[in-house]
Design a protein around this ligand. Structure first.
Ligand code: SF4
Length: 373
């Protein structure tokens, strides 16, 4: 941070994780902001672009924002670099989902349409008013239609992403909003730079929902007027691969959880590395110092189906438990945790530990599987 006072978002109280993830700076707002000259964020951005650093540290999103800006021919966020270390590389795909994704928000579009309503009389005023009001009506109809498509069974789920379908009817409403916004851009008497930039950005994003090569979903569909329709390209991995690995930059990707049984293929697929020649990749996998055999136990109810998310019986076996059975599982976990603590603090011998464990296991009829099995 530029000034002495530092804020670590992780430590800020009173803001939910969901809201923290949504915090961002809309550059269009900065365009007309009166605090630009004293803004810490702006100072930081300027400083980050200067040359002379041996290395710079940023999060995945900022790094990808730089990649995307260079790709679109815009000014870079960093000076040119030759080497990049991506730590926690297993999270890079999640960041790419956000950075390569698109979203349109119901209240944001309505806000723009209201903002475009002429304040004074003049030429085209009547027409612009009609278009704005029509745009708001079509925008609300569009979101009503896509919210209506959420399958009934997932309406109650505690999820952030809701499945929906953009029906033909919804597409008609969406395209009407786009047409209205485009017409407003043509007719606006005074050109408010920020409003124009915001409208253009939203038009661009709305048009993406007409493409067939995206995966889309709804967020906050039950918060009145605040619904967001979001998407990522189906070909995200391929696009990411082209943007990251096809230039002359040396990358070092590190992670504690990126390999599956020392195999990196899953991560390489996700990050679009399949198109990179194998001679250009060096893989190193080191064993963990964590002693799983000593420190991990897996508890499985004896009546449980073999874990398989496509098997309805398995889903039922972990979700349809009677209260009494859940009570047993909770008591079992509590008692095992206590027993493990006693063992770890060497307050009981191994023979005592095994005897009590067997007793608890029989009492609650729950299997115990150590990681080594
Ligand atoms: S210039 Fe700074 S204070 Fe103004 S909108 Fe941008 S980030 Fe916020």
């Amino acid at each position: 941070m530029i000034e002495i006072q530092e804020i670590d978002l992780d430590e800020v109280k009173g803001i939910s994780n969901y809201d923290k993830r949504k915090i961002c700076v809309n550059n269009n707002s900065c365009m007309t902001c009166k605090k630009q000259s004293s803004c810490r964020y702006q100072k930081y951005m300027k400083q980050a672009k200067r040359t002379g650093y041996h290395f710079q540290i940023c999060n995945h999103n900022y790094f990808l924002a730089d990649v995307l800006r260079r790709k679109r021919g815009l000014s870079a966020l960093f000076p040119d670099y030759t080497h990049a270390i991506i730590d926690e590389a297993h999270k890079l795909k999640d960041a790419a989902n956000q950075m390569y994704g698109t979203s349109v928000r119901q209240d944001e579009i309505n806000r723009l349409l209201r903002k475009a309503l002429p304040k004074h009389d003049g030429s085209n005023v009547k027409r612009i008013r009609e278009i704005c009001n029509e745009g708001i009506t079509y925008n609300d109809l569009f979101f009503k239609e896509v919210i209506h498509q959420i399958p009934k069974e997932i309406e109650d789920e505690d999820t952030e992403k809701y499945k929906t379908i953009i029906t033909q009817r919804a597409r008609v409403f969406l395209n009407r909003v786009v047409v209205n916004l485009e017409e407003i851009l043509r007719l606006l008497p005074e050109k408010d730079r920020k409003l124009v930039a915001d409208i253009k950005r939203n038009i661009r994003q709305m048009k993406i929902f007409n493409c067939s090569d995206i995966i889309y979903w709804l967020e906050e569909p039950f918060s009145k007027g605040q619904t967001t329709l979001a998407s990522v390209p189906i070909t995200l991995s391929k696009e990411l691969g082209q943007d990251l690995w096809t230039n002359d930059i040396f990358f070092l990707l590190t992670s504690g959880t990126i390999a599956v049984d020392r195999d990196f293929n899953y991560a390489k697929n996700e990050l679009g590395m399949k198109q990179v020649h194998k001679d250009r990749i060096i893989e190193i996998s080191k064993g963990t110092p964590f002693n799983f055999k000593e420190n991990c136990l897996l508890y499985v109810a004896e009546k449980m189906e073999y874990p398989d998310y496509d098997n309805p019986k398995y889903i039922a076996s972990i979700t349809d438990k009677e209260d009494i059975e859940m009570d047993d599982i909770l008591k079992f976990c509590e008692q095992m945790a206590l027993l493990n603590q006693l063992k770890n603090k060497k307050l009981i011998t191994m023979i005592e530990y095994e005897k009590i464990k067997l007793f608890i296991k029989k009492k609650y009829k729950i299997g115990i599987y150590a990681m080594q099995h």
